[in-house]
Design a protein around this ligand. Sequence first.
Ligand SMILES: *[C@@H]1O[C@H](CO)[C@@H](O)[C@H](O)[C@H]1NC(C)=O
Ligand SMILES: *[C@@H]1O[C@H](CO)[C@@H](O)[C@H](O)[C@H]1NC(C)=O
Ligand SMILES: *[C@@H]1O[C@H](CO)[C@@H](O)[C@H](O)[C@H]1NC(C)=O
Ligand SMILES: *[C@@H]1O[C@H](CO)[C@@H](O)[C@H](O)[C@H]1NC(C)=O
Ligand SMILES: *[C@@H]1O[C@H](CO)[C@@H](O)[C@H](O)[C@H]1NC(C)=O
Ligand SMILES: *[C@@H]1O[C@H](CO)[C@@H](O)[C@H](O)[C@H]1NC(C)=O
Ligand SMILES: *[C@@H]1O[C@H](CO)[C@@H](O)[C@H](O)[C@H]1NC(C)=O
Ligand SMILES: *[C@@H]1O[C@H](CO)[C@@H](O)[C@H](O)[C@H]1NC(C)=O
Length: 469
Amino acid sequence: MTRSHLCLLCLLLFLLNFAASQDEATIMQSLKSNLNLVPTGVNWSSPDHCKWDNVQCDASNRVTRIQLNEKGIQGTLSPFLGKLSELVILEFFSNKLSGKIPNLSGLKHLQILNLHDNLFVSSVSLNLFSGMNSLQEVYLDNNPLAFWEIPETVKEATSLKILSLVNCSITGSIPDYFSSETLPYLVSLKLSQNYLEGELPESLGRSSLQQLYLDRQQPYLDTSISVLQNMTSLVEIDLQGNAFSGQIPDLSGLQSLRLFNVRENQFTGVVPPSLTGLKSLTVVNLTNNCFQGPLPLFDKSVAVDAITNTNNFCLDTPGAPCDPRVDALISIAESFGYPLKLAKSWRGNDPCNSWLGITCSGSNVTVVNLESQELTGTISPSFAKLTSLETIFLSNNSLTGSIPTELTTLPKLRTLDVSHNNINGDVPKFNESVNVVTAGNANIGKKDRFHRLVELLEKMIKGTLAKKE
Ligand SMILES: *[C@@H]1O[C@H](CO)[C@@H](O)[C@H](O)[C@H]1NC(C)=O
Ligand SMILES: *[C@@H]1O[C@H](CO)[C@@H](O)[C@H](O)[C@H]1NC(C)=O
Ligand SMILES: *[C@@H]1O[C@H](CO)[C@@H](O)[C@H](O)[C@H]1NC(C)=O
Ligand SMILES: *[C@@H]1O[C@H](CO)[C@@H](O)[C@H](O)[C@H]1NC(C)=O
Ligand SMILES: *[C@@H]1O[C@H](CO)[C@@H](O)[C@H](O)[C@H]1NC(C)=O
Ligand SMILES: *[C@@H]1O[C@H](CO)[C@@H](O)[C@H](O)[C@H]1NC(C)=O
Ligand SMILES: *[C@@H]1O[C@H](CO)[C@@H](O)[C@H](O)[C@H]1NC(C)=O
Ligand SMILES: *[C@@H]1O[C@H](CO)[C@@H](O)[C@H](O)[C@H]1NC(C)=O
């Protein structure tokens, strides 16, 4: 290439860039003309937009940053903002901007988009984050947007670290792409105060999230939270004000967990030692659930909010053990998956104080009648710990598994009714004075496949030994 060619090329590049920056001047004028800056003291009077307050350009006069925060600015954002192709930071948080959030897709250098606390009403376009693979932080919280769902195109923002969409009219379910295969850098997901429904997707268990905020959804998120067990990077979890149910999973792998807020849900069961034993905890909120068993005892460095009368703990003293009858009944409930109905009724430390299905003679539990209670799960061997039991009614539920042999040791048992369930296996040998009712269990007396296999193996081994002898 000759020297003159080189010069020509330089000139061409210069002209191209000049044209681009002229375009940007037009876009910036359009931005300015839609904003009411006069009362805010922001000085955008220079003919050169790169000299405007809170605007930065690069060496080629291309706009890289617009950061106009907390100024009370009214107006709308120019629909052409998405053409400022060198933009790295776009921030207009805590103003009074209204109208539509402009289409920014294709801004491949944009790293930070912060528009929280404004008055944007129009729904975000569905390709919101498409082609934005430098995007690291997004905040759209507290805008009165029209209802929208988190778009599939979020997946394209593969550099995303922080996604904060609190209180901005999101409906639908939590997408299943927050795993580290799709968004490897995502550490903070805040979706509080929206209209999300349904379950926690299993893919969350493969994320590297440190913050997960899903509190206060209407109507609410309502499944079990067993997936948390696999979210070992978590530092803060806020699930307050939903209808999550079931028991707290084994959290022993969450060694960095500091905040655990599950206030105002429908959790049941015993607060597990895998939570109370976590050394990293600083704040735990358990109020307004149906937790059972002993009031958990946390290290004294942990601020705990677990008001006893809003839960069903047996006693008010942290760590104090429950009455043995209560322990036995909680263990029985555990085998049924801690049903909410039992958790709501089985309060305090005295099962003879009108607990659902429990009849006593003095302080001895004599009858457990849980007929037709929509129970699932299995029959607990812990029935055998209630040695005063005379009658067990469990008919017309959906129980599986077999009748535990331990029940044959109950010295006063007269009736065991497990009819109309899904019980299988051999009925253990009870004293002949016990009336065992098993009608309506198609597989009773039949072994399940596992036991058939074990039996077969036993026969084979015996056969082999016999041959050897
Ligand atoms: C606004 O900025 C321009 C330079 O960009 C300056 O000449 C002018 O004095 C400023 N006006 C006020 C009110 O500060
Ligand atoms: C948004 O902008 C991109 C790039 O300029 C364009 O391809 C896309 O069609 C636009 N989307 C909408 C909904 O206007
Ligand atoms: C939620 O956002 C609306 C604006 O859309 C705002 O008025 C309200 O104060 C926000 N709620 C909270 C709790 O911040
Ligand atoms: C946790 O991860 C393991 C291994 O990937 C998986 O088998 C299991 O189903 C996960 N548990 C939950 C509750 O998601
Ligand atoms: C959680 O519990 C801590 C400690 O009691 C308390 O300071 C905090 O206000 C509670 N948070 C909520 C949201 O209730
Ligand atoms: C309760 O059970 C104990 C031990 O089985 C027995 O000694 C006691 O008389 C029983 N009390 C009543 C009121 O049945
Ligand atoms: C069986 O239980 C269901 C509720 O789970 C109830 O509606 C039904 O009436 C019961 N049937 C009998 C025969 O008790
Ligand atoms: C079986 O029941 C009879 C009559 O109630 C009683 O005499 C006997 O001790 C019981 N046997 C066992 C092993 O519990």
